[in-house]
Design a protein around this ligand. Structure first.
Ligand SMILES: *Cc1c(COP(=O)(O)O)cnc(C)c1O
Length: 349
């Protein structure tokens, strides 16, 4: 991804801090220089400045979301983002089912309101017009947002927003303000992904599967600085081979069962039981991308994430290390790679 758009233009505060930390602005055209930030992850003063940049970006985003969409986002909550095309393999369904399970836990008192780490979940996605299950998923996310955001029992604990028309402009406002980025596609399906790179470069932590460029991001930033969960490519293949049965997972995890039952019984369709019938039928009988198989592990890692996020210095230290080790993902490096290995031209000048 290009550091001019996705760091220098989108995130001027972080850009200034990087320049201050490195003592030069040459990183804008030579992104591997970010590696020089690595020692600063041990410098509490620098990490606190980094945290202040993120916080200021969150306030900016909350103002932008109010102005553009009329949303009331609390910038003092964790901003947890999932933005990308809507597709079954990308598994927005996994995220929304986990949100529903969380909502049910807070409602039932299984988690006391005081123990909940406040989160704002932001989705952004478009679907092809004829892609029925994708459109149903968009409808479900919007209706979960409507129900949760109007429920006083979870107010300021859990909020869901779905700004429409996800595009580069929204991306440039949202990515610098994100604490936690979701890259939760089924292992083996994503060719690379570039959203994951934009977020790591802007100091978000990633919760993700071993898929696409998540694998390279994790190798570069360090396994301890990447929030990994889920079945691997080999495990996916083994599950297909033995005859994947999503219903088993539904029966085995009461939280998953409760979440799906809420959808099928009309909790997000004013009591209507037919609204999401095709989506629910797909989950229980097909679930080709194994959302149900990864649900339990996904909820577990989210629990670990909350523990980590409660320690801001540790969280931000890890986020700084994500920035410092993501220079490799510059489009400049990628172009040089093409010139050298594919086109055999070398640079023109
Ligand atoms: C980066 C970007 C994408 C690609 O996101 P992935 O998570 O890699 O699928 C899609 N849409 C917009 C507007 C983007 O900025």
């Amino acid at each position: 991804v290009t550091p001019r758009r996705f760091v220098r233009l989108a995130n001027p505060r972080l850009s200034d801090l990087i320049t201050e930390g490195l003592g030069t602005d040459k990183w804008v055209a030579d992104l591997e220089l970010l590696k020089g930030l690595e020692p600063l992850a041990k410098d509490d003063e620098f990490v606190k400045k980094f945290a202040a940049v993120k916080q200021a970006n969150k306030v900016d985003f909350a103002n932008y979301a109010k102005r553009e969409y009329g949303f009331d986002i609390d910038p003092n909550t964790m901003i947890n983002t999932m933005v990308k095309r809507l597709h079954e393999y990308k598994r927005q369904a996994l995220k929304i089912l986990a949100v529903i399970a969380r909502y049910a836990d807070i409602k039932s008192g299984k988690i006391s309101a005081d123990d909940v780490m406040p989160r704002t979940i932001v989705f952004g996605a478009k679907a092809a017009p004829g892609y029925y299950l994708a459109k149903q998923t968009i409808q479900l996310i919007n209706n979960v947002a409507r129900v949760i955001n109007n429920d006083p029992d979870v107010k300021s604990k859990l909020n869901v927003y779905f700004p429409w028309n996800y595009n580069i402009r929204l991306a440039q406002h949202l990515i610098p303000a994100t604490d936690l980025d979701e890259q939760i596609s089924q292992a083996g399906k994503e060719a690379s992904g570039t959203g994951n790179m934009k977020f790591a470069l802007n100091g978000a932590m990633t919760v993700g599967t071993l898929d696409g460029a998540n694998v390279e991001i994790r190798e570069r930033v360090g396994a301890e600085n990447f929030l990994l969960f889920g079945v691997t490519v080999d495990e996916v293949d083994a599950l297909y081979a033995e005859g994947y049965e999503p219903k088993k997972y539904y029966e085995a995890d009461p939280r998953l069962k409760a979440a799906i039952d809420m959808v099928s019984k009309g909790a997000f369709s004013n009591g209507g039981r037919n609204t999401y019938a095709p989506l629910v039928a797909d989950w229980l009988t097909k679930d080709w991308f194994m959302t149900l198989a990864d649900f339990t592990a996904y909820c577990e890692i989210q629990g670990e994430i909350e523990v980590l996020y409660r320690d801001p210095l540790e969280w931000n230290r890890k986020a700084v290390l994500n920035v410092a080790n993501s220079g490799y993902f510059s489009s400049d490096r990628s172009m040089e790679d093409y010139l050298d290995r594919i086109w055999h031209t070398g640079p023109l000048a």
